[in-house]
Every structure is written in C-alpha cells, then in structure tokens.
Design a protein around this ligand. Structure first.
Ligand SMILES: [Zn+2]
Length: 79
C-alpha cells in the first residue's frame, strides 16, 4: 500500500471497518512512513475531539475537508 492508499482508507481504518489483510497492509506502511503515521494520529485526534471518544461517524464536511488537506499535503511532497 502507498501513501495515497492510506489516505483513501484512513476513515475506514479509524472506524475499524477495514478487512484484516488491508488493515495489516496499512499498518505495515505506517511503520515505515512517518508522514502517514502523523496523518493517522492527527485524524484520530480529530475524530476523538468530534466524537468524544465514542464510535461516531465523522460529519461528511469534516471528512471531505480532511481528505482535501491530506491530498494537498501529498501533492506538496511530490508523491
Ligand atoms: Zn505514507
């Protein structure tokens, strides 16, 4: 899995909705990629702030703003 794959699956990952093989692949990428690790941590933090640690779906506008920011970040890196 590459950085873009992580970004695409990030909300499913945090919601715990990924199939195990995909989840494992994503976590393997996180071990090697500081940027994605930071993004996942940030996203988790955002989710916790919004949801008060309860498993609640992110509001759609928050989700799309987040994705937009992440895509911009990946482009800046030249990926
Ligand atoms: Zn990455």
């Amino acid at each position: 899995m590459n950085c873009k794959g992580v970004i695409l699956e990030i909300s499913n990952y945090i919601d715990g909705e990924l199939d195990l093989p995909v989840k494992e692949e994503l976590e393997r990428h996180l071990e090697d990629c500081e940027d994605c690790k930071m993004v996942v941590d940030q996203t988790r933090l955002t989710v916790e702030i919004f949801c008060d640690s309860k498993p609640v779906e992110l509001p759609a506008d928050v989700k799309s703003r987040l994705h937009e920011a992440l895509h911009r970040k990946l482009q800046e890196k030249g990926n």
